[in-house]
Design a protein around this ligand. Sequence first.
Ligand code: NCD
Ligand code: ZN
Ligand code: ZN
Length: 343
Amino acid sequence: MTQEITLTRPDDMHLHVRDGAALNTVVPHTAAEFARALIMPNLKPPVTTAAQALDYKQRILAAVPSGLAFEPLMTLYLTDNLPADEIARAKDAGVVALKLYPAGATTNSDAGVTDIRKTYKTLEAMQRAGLLLLVHGEVTASEIDLFDREAVFIDTQLIPLRRDFPELKVVFEHITTREAAQYVAQSDAFTAASITAHHLLYNRNAIFTGGVRPHFYCLPVLKRETHRLALVQAATSGSAKFFAGTDSAPHPAHLKEHASGCAGCYTAHAAMPMYAEAFDNANALDKLEAFTSFNGADFYGLARNTGTLTLRRERWTPAESFAFGDAQLKPLRSGESLPWRVI
Ligand code: NCD
Ligand code: ZN
Ligand code: ZN
């Protein structure tokens, strides 16, 4: 049995760090494991200009503990009327991608896109400039069952989008279904997908075991076991189209343990241990490095990282909670022991 595994330093290709005092809690967790992370722009108000992205990047860097090398990769939030000429400024500022949130699909998505066609001028500019499009792939129509929203998005939104912008690189973010895994596996070289650790480890039973468990509630919501197995298969298949994106999404504990609790699981405190656990459960630790450290960088056209990270099979128990500004943050599996740890 493998006791220790050393990987090229990984990248988290989908991360929420919020802003203000919260940065001081969550940025150190990610910087301890990852060399880079792709920072989601769904602040209030959202990050929609290159200038805002540069300012936000400085605030994130200020929260990196000294002695750790960590690079935030910045994104902009796509809106119905993001001017196409902002794309050139974004490219110059080092922004790597724009994020498409269907309006109302998830946390802080009120300013999101109401109709993809409204963004076509901006998407044309992105395709020319080589900026990626990241999609929260769920339709929002209330008549569509919550558990079907990702599969319906593929047919009604993603397939037409791919046809209209064949050379725009698209990342189908935090996929949760067999349909999404199959769609991406069969698509051409311009489409890839990120997968979270929690969608590899849990199915929807986790949300309801012994009562409602709000810390397992995220969007897209956890699906049934057949879908989890399809995600594990995709992640461990050796296909370069799938890579790590934790979607670690911190919220104050009192807003998750609430009558209408927020969507988002916090996993940054133990992201690589959780990915290692999922790959180990599938007897696929040999596939972990490509998934966490190569495939994302390659798809984004970034150099691979140079340092290393070592994980050891050794039980440990993360903190029950962390200070989060004036509130508390409860990480996924708070107080529960994990089989792999970062050393
Ligand atoms: C994310 C958040 O809290 O910002 N929540 C989530 O459930 N995943 C938003 C997102 O990635 O959809
Ligand atoms: Zn999302
Ligand atoms: Zn997210």
